[in-house]
Design a binder for this molecule. Structure first.
Ligand code: FDA
Length: 313
């Protein structure tokens, strides 16, 4: 139909623009990336996190950066996270923190990365707070699950993980964490679709397949009395989650919705207005390029956004 042709043409155009993003001047990319980033400094991130708090939204602050190449950077990044936690706690931000293990050298020396991340979790725990370990691409999956398993034993209420519904293995991964689950300290997993490019053998590719597994994963977590953080901007998934919450009669403090900074604020407000807990991922920092180009590629109106930004100046 006409609508399908329209979607296909838009997707083709988006793909073309995505291909040239890395070759565009950084200043130019910043113009249309900045809506996804809460600033370059922790001070700016705190101001923006508190604005969200004022709307009744919790936050999860993240320092941008990933896939580093030296262990010196890992050490620096750890120090930065420790400072960020002190600053956000001092400012009274209502929220927790997310981190990417490759930012601490997971792919260079996983023991070093573990030691750094353990220190960060211990710092958050000293404030009674929580660190979410983001899930990266498939070479990291086993290591990130193992890291979570170890840290959850030492800090049962202060650490969570992410699972990706596009991975064929995810259901089994959730089931494998059951021994760590308890009423007092439930296994806390952010369920998202997954953002990296993975081979067909290990990942579902079709929109419908990824979506149906997303809801299956959330349902499995409700059945096992785990705590899902339902991370999506996709209306059918939000509506599917509402149905599951009703079906299992899940109390409001046993799950939350999550969205990314700057994405679908209207949908976010409608969820909040229904009384559900909502948390926004607040990324900040100088290394915004990789993250924001991933967001741009996911924006179905990317080409339009870019053209509008170019003419707005
Ligand atoms: P989908 O991409 O189908 O988008 C649904 C609709 O949302 C679109 O049609 C559009 O209307 C809107 N939309 C989505 N993105 C947009 C954008 N950038 N700009 C404007 N509109 C947009 N992934 C991962 O692999 N590891 C991780 O640790 C995390 N962590 C994470 C945390 C949180 C809080 C969220 C919300 C997401 C992640 N992700 C992630 C990313 C996730 O895997 C996924 O890539 C994105 O959330 C996009 O998927 P949606 O479910 O929103 O659906």
């Amino acid at each position: 139909s006409e609508k399908c042709v329209e979607i296909e043409v838009a997707a083709m155009f988006n793909k073309m623009i995505a291909g040239i993003l890395p070759y565009m001047p950084k200043k130019l990319v910043w113009m249309f990336s900045k809506e996804y980033i809460a600033g370059e400094t922790i001070e700016e991130a705190i101001v923006n996190a508190k604005k969200l708090n004022d709307e009744g939204i919790l936050t999860t602050i993240d320092v941008l950066g990933e896939f580093i190449t030296t262990l010196e950077e890992a050490e620096e990044n750890k120090k930065e996270y420790l400072d960020v936690i002190d600053a956000a706690e001092k400012a009274g931000v209502e929220g927790n923190y997310s981190l990417k293990p490759t930012f601490f050298g997971l792919l260079i020396d996983k023991d070093v990365a573990f030691t750094h991340i353990r220190e960060i979790v211990a710092k958050a725990a000293s404030y009674g707070n929580f660190i979410r370990i983001d899930m990266e691409d498939s070479p990291c999956t086993d290591m990130e699950i193992e890291m979570y398993r170890q840290l959850k034993q030492e800090f049962p209420g202060n650490v969570g993980l992410v699972v990706q519904s596009y991975l064929r293995r995810t259901r089994v991964d959730i089931e494998s964490l059951e021994d760590l689950n308890s009423e007092e300290f439930p296994v806390n997993l952010r369920v998202c679709k997954g953002i990296y490019v993975e081979p067909e053998e290990i990942a579902f590719k079709k929109y419908e397949e990824v979506n149906s597994h997303f809801l299956d994963d959330v349902e499995l977590m409700f059945q096992k009395k785990m705590y899902p953080a339902i991370a999506t901007h996709d209306i059918p998934l939000v509506e599917g989650a509402f149905k599951l919450i009703e079906k299992y009669n899940v109390p409001r403090d046993k799950y939350e919705f999550q969205m990314l900074y700057g994405v679908t604020p209207g949908l976010r407000k409608s969820i909040l207005d229904k009384g559900h807990r909502m948390r926004v991922y607040v990324p900040f920092g100088k290394q915004w390029f990789g993250y924001s180009t991933r967001r741009l590629k996911e924006n179905p109106k990317m080409a339009g956004v870019i053209i509008k930004a170019l003419f707005k100046k």
